[in-house]
Design a protein. Structure first.
Length: 242
């Protein structure tokens, strides 16, 4: 009897990696973190899975925006400086994966349509920002939508979404699960200022709401948490149901 090997086509998975994860003060040992991220990539490619990674601007974005702010104030122009920094960080991750022979797109796409097309041929596509008025969280959710992914993982530098800023309010309560409308109440809907940080960008939350994309918000400093979420296991963080 002849058996036909069927390959089940799953949509690519999408991960937003906050640029803060590359900041010296955020990651005790960035070398170790990057090494674990590399191992995770090997695991994903070994299982023939596909992953789009959208990386934030972190320190170079903040430095560039602060410098430019001294002589200009147009938020779109400042955002372009931030976008350039996200692409720098994307190139770092891309080249790390290329060096170990991963099947990574050799370009950093500038829009999510191109990224989604590249994911048809590569196991990994790494990108940064696309346009002013948003952050890379919004790029990741848009990419999830374009790839027909049901979920977008937002790896940031806090453990959960809290009801208020845990750095300012010690009694802030973390959510394990919440609805997208509850998240909208926390983030609001205002465009963020260039270089501003928030647990999730309101633009991203709005796209997730309209496109029915769930968000898994977790502490990206711990690569095992990212891995658990990508493997569909229970993860430590906040599941936002859309
Ligand atoms: P991010 O805000 O995405 O990077 O982009 P981040 O702050 O390092 O990520 P988190 O906070 O750790 O999650 C940095 C800046 O780049 C511009 C914005 O000015 C943003 O503040 N940007 C980024 C855009 O204008 N458009 C994009 O699509 C992405």
């Amino acid at each position: 009897m002849l058996y036909i090997k069927r390959q089940i086509m799953r949509p690519p998975q999408i991960l937003a990696l906050g640029g803060s994860l590359l900041r010296p003060e955020e990651s005790e040992n960035r070398q170790l973190w990057l090494g674990k991220l590399r191992q995770l990539a090997v695991h994903i490619e070994g299982n023939s899975r596909k992953l789009g990674i959208v990386i934030g601007g972190g320190l170079p974005a903040r430095e560039g925006i602060e410098l430019a702010k001294n002589v200009m104030s147009n938020p779109d122009c400042l955002d372009e400086v931030g976008i350039a920094a996200t692409r720098l960080n994307a190139t770092i991750i891309q080249q790390i994966l290329i060096e170990i022979g991963c099947n990574v797109a050799p370009v950093i796409p500038h829009d999510t349509n191109s990224a989604s097309e590249l994911l048809a041929n590569y196991n990994f596509v790494i990108m940064g920002g696309t346009k002013p008025g948003q952050t890379t969280d919004a790029v990741a959710v848009t990419l999830a939508r374009d790839c027909s992914a049901a979920e977008c993982i937002i790896a940031t530098n806090v453990s959960h979404v809290y009801d208020k800023d845990p750095n300012t309010f010690p009694d802030a309560k973390p959510f394990t699960e919440m609805s997208i409308d509850e998240l909208i109440e926390i983030t609001g809907t205002e465009r963020m200022a260039p270089g501003q940080s928030a647990v999730v960008d309101p633009v991203a939350v709005n796209i997730a709401s309209v496109s029915n994309i769930n968000l898994a918000v977790l502490d990206g400093r711990k690569v095992d948490l990212i891995e658990a979420a990508l493997d569909g296991e229970e993860f430590y963080g906040t599941l936002v149901r859309s």
